[in-house]
Design a protein around this ligand. Structure first.
Ligand SMILES: Nc1ncnc2c1ncn2[C@@H]1O[C@H](COP(=O)(O)OP(=O)(O)O)[C@@H](O)[C@H]1O
Ligand SMILES: [Mg+2]
Length: 423
């Protein structure tokens, strides 16, 4: 056996020593077809119920799921879709991540056409947009082989999408065609609007009013920053239901930990929160501490979980004791900022944020702003947002508090109060 093979076995042994087949925590989106989602998805019962209540109606509805990056919007969307696929077999549910530079109607058209592989008209729409389809791909592949000699990666090149002239009209036609096959209707879930900047989202939504009033059901995800004002007032009638996802509470986070561990544990499928075996290789005390450190934010929970378990494996630990957990959280506190590659200014804003335990235009001082090289608090907002998205807006390791001892600042001068406009 080669040395690398040995190392591979060693790594597996280290995970198995913890009683796990693999590390269950992941940042990548879950596969809709896999059973993993069903095993790990936790909480959000009230929001699921509100959503499912709408599906009792025959009228098509529009649902907006919004919340910060990493809070669990995509997971929620996929969970809803997977339940509908089991319970409403006569409904077509389709999921797509919003491509850059495309309007919502074209995006919806692509999503639906992709899921109607036997509909010639649908496939033709895709073909006209320059999107390889199941049928056409074959032709292209033979071209590719002929051209391969010239070293071109022709088949894999990202073809620019040729936008249809009237995507809303084409979408309606396609929905009409789908109706025979899917009497319970069509649900189009468009994810990742939260990745676009607020002004783009507003424009997309405004341009999509025709589509949203058409004959499909819609589920969209967005970031709270893009969802301000008139988009959220029902006046415009854009959405029938708006669900804001927030951090999970601690008991739910604890249950989520049980579900993740359970999905990877070798010999024990205990899921009773009152039974210490349910959180193995954690101990109830360290499990609780771990949940606190993740603030009920699912993505942070996954990031920390993955680092804590790898650290424990490297230490050849069998259980995650207080000491092991602390080492894991310390490793996370070290590696997350590295991953985020913060600029010098972002680092400094973070240091101040952690020292103060929060920054707002009420608490920030003129001196702070000067030290950070900005003139107004609003200039800090994008930086604070960036820190939040990188999961760096909170203390990761309670023991590091000393490292962020409050920066001594001169007393605030009464006359130097912040008179800058707040918006
Ligand atoms: N309710 C939940 N139960 C279990 N895992 C979750 C839950 N919500 C989110 N996750 C997981 O947390 C991570 C981040 O969630 P995600 O849905 O990608 O967030 P968002 O789409 O809001 O950015 C993903 O790995 C996801 O699978
Ligand atoms: Mg998402």
């Amino acid at each position: 056996m080669t040395n690398a093979d040995d190392l591979f076995d060693q790594a597996s042994n280290n995970i198995e020593r913890l009683g796990l087949r693999e590390i269950p925590f992941t940042e990548s989106p879950i596969d809709l077809q896999s059973e993993t989602l069903q095993r790990i998805f936790t909480g959000r019962e009230d929001k699921l119920l509100q959503t499912f209540n709408l599906f009792k109606s025959r009228d098509r509805r529009r649902i907006l799921v919004y919340g910060r990056i990493g809070i669990g919007k995509s997971a929620f969307l996929l969970e809803v879709l997977s339940v509908l696929r089991r319970k409403k077999k006569q409904m077509l549910t389709t999921y797509i991540s919003l491509p850059a530079n495309l309007d919502l109607a074209t995006t919806a058209l692509i999503a639906l056409a992709r899921d109607m592989p036997n509909d010639e008209w649908a496939q033709q729409q895709l073909y006209q947009m320059g999107i390889p389809t199941a049928m056409i791909l074959k032709e292209r592949n033979s071209e590719v082989t002929a051209n391969m000699v010239f070293g071109g990666k022709l088949g894999e090149k990202d073809l620019p999408v040729t936008k249809p002239q009237y995507p809303t009209v084409s979408l309606e036609t396609l929905l009409e065609r789908s109706q025979q096959k899917y009497p319970e209707g069509v649900l189009i879930a468009i994810d990742d609007l939260d990745k676009q900047d607020p002004s783009t989202v507003r424009k997309l939504m405004h341009d999509a009013q025709g589509m949203l009033k058409g004959r499909a059901w819609f589920m969209l995800t967005g970031h709270p920053m893009g969802m301000t004002g008139d988009l959220l007032t029902s006046e415009r009638g854009l959405f029938d239901l708006q669900l804001k996802l927030e951090e999970l509470d601690q008991p739910t986070t604890y249950k989520m930990l049980i579900n993740y561990l359970n999905s990877a544990r070798i010999n024990n499928d205990c899921k009773d929160p009152n039974d210490p075996r349910a959180v193995l290789p954690f101990l109830p005390k360290t499990a609780k501490k771990f949940c606190e450190a993740s603030f009920g934010k699912p993505r942070l929970f996954n990031r920390l979980g993955s680092i804590v378990l790898s650290t424990a494996a490297d230490l050849h630990a069998e259980t995650i004791t207080q000491e092991v957990l602390e080492k894991g959280l310390k490793a996370a506190a070290h590696s997350l900022p590295l991953q985020a590659a913060l600029t010098f200014q972002e680092e400094r804003v973070r240091a101040l944020l952690l020292a103060r335990g929060g920054l707002s235009d009420e608490t920030v001082l003129m001196e702070d702003l000067q030290q950070l090289g900005v003139r107004t608090f609003s200039e800090l907002l994008p930086i604070l947002e960036r820190l939040e998205e990188a999961d760096l807006a909170h203390q990761l390791n309670q023991d590091d508090t000393k490292a962020f001892a409050p920066i001594p600042l001169p007393a605030a001068d009464e006359e130097l109060s912040l008179n800058e406009p707040k918006q």
